[in-house]
Design a protein around this ligand. Structure first.
Ligand code: NDP
Length: 335
């Protein structure tokens, strides 16, 4: 097992991305969220995703050299055209203005369109909570959910994330797909030969199955919480796509692009300054609420497992020798 520093891991992943056509700036922004996922043991969005990023770049479906265009659209709205590139460079480009507007107006939003989001969402909100803000993010993604009682995929796994500050602790963050399980986690189960619980996936004929391979063979994920999760997936599609001017999953012109794992879609990030809303001590109040929950029997809070992994990996992020060799070889490839 090798232990890599965060910088070493970002550099290695950036080298793979630039070798496959990304600009150095874009590669660094995307490599950073891959590193954060691996560091925090969010494995379904860490190094596991590299081959899919590469095949998406090679398919030409996404522009690795895109330069996001930021528009100051209103006193509380930042609009970003990601230029058919990944969402992370777009977020970087608009982040400062969004934070400034949230501080000025109390509640500001960033509407990103023409973008590809293939990462975990918590990095998109956690940094705002570290600045004392409350933040929400919504992303629409490639069609993989069969909503309500439908027998086939119609809507994205549409993740959403929430972050708020806590007293004397890292922000409280939750980040979840609208599906019972994220697609990446199903792919990992398939790779490891594990069966799924019932109710996670249906097969290509619309029948319940516990075989994770059925998802890739034309099946679909179910939304969490039956009809309630389907309604949330619908809301995310409206907020992330219809509101921002992005494509719905079913409108993606290249939805079947060979080798492409992402969809040309959108993201909405909302940032709230608690002070403007009358809360001078939000972090203290949140911590009091969490203490109440814990004293009432809650044994694990969202973001807890990530924070534990982050501390455990403080002296280095473990990467197996085999994976390290694979990544090194990929980083050495010529464009
Ligand atoms: P999980 O179900 O693994 O976790 C969802 C949230 O619940 C996390 O915040 C997690 O905290 C928390 N949690 C997990 N178990 C418990 C528990 N027992 N008690 C309390 N809280 C708990 O996530 P999903 O499978 O839904 O999604 C995985 C990832 O996939 C997300 O990061 C999501 O953004 C990403 N995704 C990205 C898409 C894209 O298009 N970019 C599409 C769909 C998903 P903790 O962090 O501590 O584990």
């Amino acid at each position: 097992m090798k232990l890599l520093t965060a910088d070493e891991l970002v550099q290695m992943v950036s080298a793979i991305f630039t070798a496959n056509g990304m600009s150095p700036t874009n590669a660094a922004a995307v490599a950073n969220v891959v590193m954060m996922a691996e560091r925090d043991a969010s494995f379904s969005h860490g190094l596991f995703r590299i081959p899919a990023y590469v095949s998406t770049l090679k398919s030409g479906h996404v522009d690795g050299r895109a330069v996001p265009v930021v528009t100051d659209a209103a006193p509380s709205v930042v609009r970003v055209d990601a230029g058919n590139g990944f969402a992370q460079p777009a977020i970087e480009a608009g982040r400062h203005l969004l934070l400034q507007k949230a501080r000025q107006t109390g509640l500001a939003s960033m509407a990103i369109h023409n973008s590809h989001h293939f990462a975990a969402l918590w990095p998109d909100v956690e940094t705002f909570a570290e600045e004392g803000m409350v933040a929400l993010a919504f992303v629409n993604s490639r069609m993989r959910i069969a909503p309500w009682d439908a027998p086939r995929r119609l809507i994205g796994t549409n993740p959403m994330a929430f972050a708020c500050p806590r007293q004397d602790a890292p922000p409280l963050v939750w980040d979840q797909a609208s599906s019972v399980m994220a697609q990446g986690a199903v792919l990992i189960a398939a790779r490891e030969g594990r069966q799924l619980d019932e109710g996670v996936v249906i097969d290509a004929k619309g029948q319940p199955t516990t075989d994770p391979n059925d998802l890739q063979a034309g099946g679909a994920l179910r939304s969490f919480g039956t009809h309630k999760g389907s309604s949330i997936a619908l809301m995310v599609e409206v907020l992330a796509a219809a509101l921002t001017g992005a494509n719905f999953g079913f409108e993606d012109s290249e939805s079947e692009a060979r080798g492409s794992a992402t969809q040309n879609a959108g993201e909405l990030i909302m940032v709230i300054d608690p002070k403007t809303f009358g809360s001078s001590n939000l972090a203290v109040r949140v911590s009091a609420l969490l203490a109440h929950l814990q004293s009432g029997g809650v044994s694990r809070l969202p973001s807890e497992s990530r924070h534990k992994a982050r501390i455990a990996n403080g002296n280095g992020i473990p990467v197996s020798e085999e994976l390290y060799a694979q990544l090194s070889a990929m980083a050495g490839q010529a464009e």
